[in-house]
Design a protein around this ligand. Structure first.
Ligand code: AG3
Length: 274
């Protein structure tokens, strides 16, 4: 039997390999290499420039945690901005909140959306909802024009390189702060707290802009072994307050109010580096 493996380099001395049973799609868009592979332990996985972005087997973990944590803190989120998120997984979770009226999704590469619509319909079918407004644009530029506009901004980006690099900067966080309403909340994926050097820097940058900031952690086998982090910046609300009565409508596989609270518990060796 032919033996194909996909390998993601996490650091210069730590790699993870997944067996590939099919290469379902591969193309080079104007911005990046896009591929969809099939792998026994991941299901279908989306790769951008050879980095795993999401997998059909485990995507619910990341998508529920990046969406429901900020939305359950906010008493009535109506307008939500997703920067990146072209696979649709975040939008699918956001739309479960009955208060949400409008989701703007700003994706820089239209091909990501099209490829996911073809190969990952469970994630992307939500993108045809009337509540979802898709703009193909650089989120960095889009956000500059807005003030006092969104209740929640979710940054579902790739790791910081190429077009994503600036999405972890203080200047960008300041633009998001301005684009949020007076009680708005930002959340971003911020990588592995153990192996990603940008985790600490993103938190520092956010702390310079938002009055309340906290990282929170989850475990997701799609990404680096160990924890995966998200970092939240809030203008007003405390970060562990949960609007519990909305939970019953969410129909989640991972997120619960208890998981929400536990995610903010940071082990001491990680606390020591932040
Ligand atoms: N966005 C963040 C994935 C980060 C992947 N990094 C890595 N494997 N080193 C994923 C998009 C999901 N909607």
């Amino acid at each position: 039997m032919l033996d194909f493996w996909f390998t993601e380099n996490h650091t210069n001395s730590y790699k993870v390999s997944w067996r590939v049973t099919k290469l379902l799609h591969s193309e080079t868009s104007a911005l990046q290499e896009i591929a969809v592979i099939e792998s026994p332990d991941l299901g279908r996985a989306l790769l951008l420039d050879n980095v795993v972005q999401t997998s059909t087997r485990f995507e619910f973990i990341y998508h529920e945690m990046i969406a429901h944590v900020p939305l359950m803190i906010h008493p009535a989120p109506k307008k939500v901005l997703i920067i990146g998120g072209g696979d649709g997984g975040v939008a699918r979770e956001v739309i479960k909140h009955p208060t949400v009226e409008q989701i703007d999704l700003i994706e820089i590469d239209e091909r990501v959306i099209r490829v996911c619509q073809e190969w990952m319909p469970d994630l992307s079918s939500v993108l045809s909802s009337k509540k979802v407004n898709i703009l193909i644009q650089d989120g960095l530029q889009y956000i500059k024009k807005l003030s006092n506009h969104y209740d929640i901004v979710i940054i579902d980006c790739t790791d910081p390189s190429g077009p994503s690099l600036e999405l972890f900067s203080k200047e960008f966080y300041q633009d998001v702060f301005d684009a949020l309403k007076a009680d708005g909340i930002l959340v971003s994926q911020t990588g592995s707290p153990i192996f990603s050097p940008h985790f600490r820097q993103a938190l520092k940058n956010l702390q310079e802009v938002f009055p309340r900031t906290r990282p929170y952690l989850t475990c997701d086998p799609t990404y680096f072994a160990g924890y995966w982090s998200f970092t939240i910046g809030s203008k007003e609300y405390g970060l562990e307050n949960i609007i519990n009565d909305r939970f019953s409508s969410l129909n989640t596989l991972f997120y619960t109010p208890e998981v929400h609270k536990a995610a903010f518990v940071i082990p001491r060796y990680i606390q020591n580096i932040i």
